[in-house]
Write a protein that binds this ligand. Structure first.
Ligand code: NAD
Length: 389
């Protein structure tokens, strides 16, 4: 039996289950990576702990108070998937308890909360902290990244990235915490979906200098699930146009769209990069396909190649078979564990520093929309004394 890392899960909802399921099929990986063992779970709603205790006999401890979980010496690392309002307090407490953390986006409900989390990280450098973002781990997306890194595109013309849903078009869908400013944050859909779209562009060095944003709150109330209606006060859709520069300092436009009202979309994550020599795109709607185009002559044609299962972190699955969402989750988890172990990964998880850029972008986007103008990103580094706060 190889090494294990003992995990606690805080937040036993949709994403808590995804992690637990990925941990349960760790044997799928053929790489040497410590196995996550779930030893403790926490949720304020006791009923949501049951699925975990029914399926994992490694769980020694359940609680409704996350501070009790953090006191346990057998918990070495935590996956935390809670509403955005709670990120600042709970992430800071996890980090100060010296547990490694994979936290969820947006990593703080706003920029101030994000800064507090980054300060806690700065004070506890021995703890490995990352933010969840799984879509870049689709093999076809990794192929896109290789094309960019290998300079096959020539001068960049434009980059378009997005994450779109359609389910909110159902106006009878009851409200949940993600549709309220109090719990989800003022960023609305940008905070909920933005990091997904930003991971690859940021990692490739495309950091926005400024942003012009158009945000829309189209569905302003929803059924409250108790027979009445409740205010749905978050932005449903957000489009950001940013000015970026490539490694040779040539400017190009980066479009980022995050939408809950995009007719026909079901978690459609996409990235398209056009260049003077070649262009590439990946859509999670066509999850096994990598699309490319050579910019030759007057007319061009897109080609589509089926990549299959050629993941970054090797698995038992034959490469002729399809790759899916839960495989991407497993890849992200393997990348996180390798980072905790201090091992090399070709594409690591979204970093705390990248969450800082994301918050600078979303904060500037809110200002841009309010003032109807392009706004520069404030990327001032944290104060030098933040280690000593
Ligand atoms: N990576 C992804 O693809 C992805 C997808 C969806 C959501 N998310 C993120 O995951 C996080 C959680 O979202 P979700 O969809 O799993 O939400 P969810 O509502 O399904 O689950 C949240 C859980 O937290 C519990 N909870 C609330 N307050 C708590 C507290 N004080 N202590 C302990 N438990 C508490 C709730 O009872 C609930 O079970 C959010 O940050 C969200 O942005 C990520």
């Amino acid at each position: 039996m190889g090494k294990t890392i003992r995990f606690g899960i805080i937040g036993c909802g949709l994403m808590g289950k995804e992690f637990a399921s990925a941990a349960a099929r760790w044997c799928h990986l053929t790489v040497q990576a410590a196995r996550p063992e779930i030893v403790a779970v926490c949720d304020v709603n006791e009923a949501s702990q049951k699925w975990f205790t029914d399926n994992f006999d490694t769980i020694q401890f359940t609680t409704t108070d996350y501070k009790e979980l953090l006191k346990r010496e057998d918990v070495e690392a935590v996956y935390c998937a809670l509403p955005h309002l709670l990120h600042e307090q709970v992430y800071c407490d996890i980090i100060r308890a010296k547990k490694h953390l994979l936290g969820e986006k947006p990593f703080g409900i706003d920029q101030k909360a994000n800064q507090k989390i980054l300060e806690a990280i700065a004070q506890n450098p021995e703890v490995v902290v990352r933010c969840a973002s799984e879509y870049p781990y689709f093999p076809a997306c990794q192929e896109l990244i290789r094309w960019v890194k290998n300079d096959k595109l020539g001068r960049i013309i434009e980059v378009k990235a997005g994450f779109n849903h359609a389910s909110d078009l159902d106006i009878h869908k009851p409200i949940n915490w993600k549709r309220t400013v109090r719990m989800n944050g003022e960023y609305g859909c940008l905070g909920d979906l933005g990091i997904h779209a930003e991971h690859v562009p940021f990692r490739l060095g495309w950091i926005p200098k400024n942003v012009y944003a158009v945000l829309s709150d189209i569905v302003t109330e929803r059924p409250d699930g108790k027979g009445g209606m409740a205010a749905c006060d978050t932005y449903d859709n957000g489009t950001m146009i940013c000015q970026c520069a490539d490694k040779d300092d040539n400017e190009f436009a980066l479009y980022i769209e995050t939408k809950r009202l995009e007719p026909g979309a079901t978690s459609n994550w996409y990235l398209e990069v056009t260049g003077m020599d070649a262009s590439v795109r990946f859509y999670s709607d066509d999850p096994n396909a990598f699309h490319y185009l050579y910019s030759e002559g007057k007319n061009q044609a897109w080609s589509r190649v089926n990549i299959g299962t050629k993941p970054l972190i090797p698995t038992i699955t034959g490469d002729i078979f399809e790759f899916g969402f839960t495989d991407a989750i497993l890849q992200m988890w393997a990348a996180f564990i390798l980072e905790v172990e201090g091992k090399e990964t070709a594409f690591g998880c979204f970093t705390p520093e990248e969450t800082r850029i994301s918050h600078a972008l979303h904060t500037a986007a809110l200002k841009s929309y309010q003032e109807k103008r392009a706004v520069e990103l404030d990327l001032t580094p944290l104060p030098a004394d933040s280690h000593n706060l």
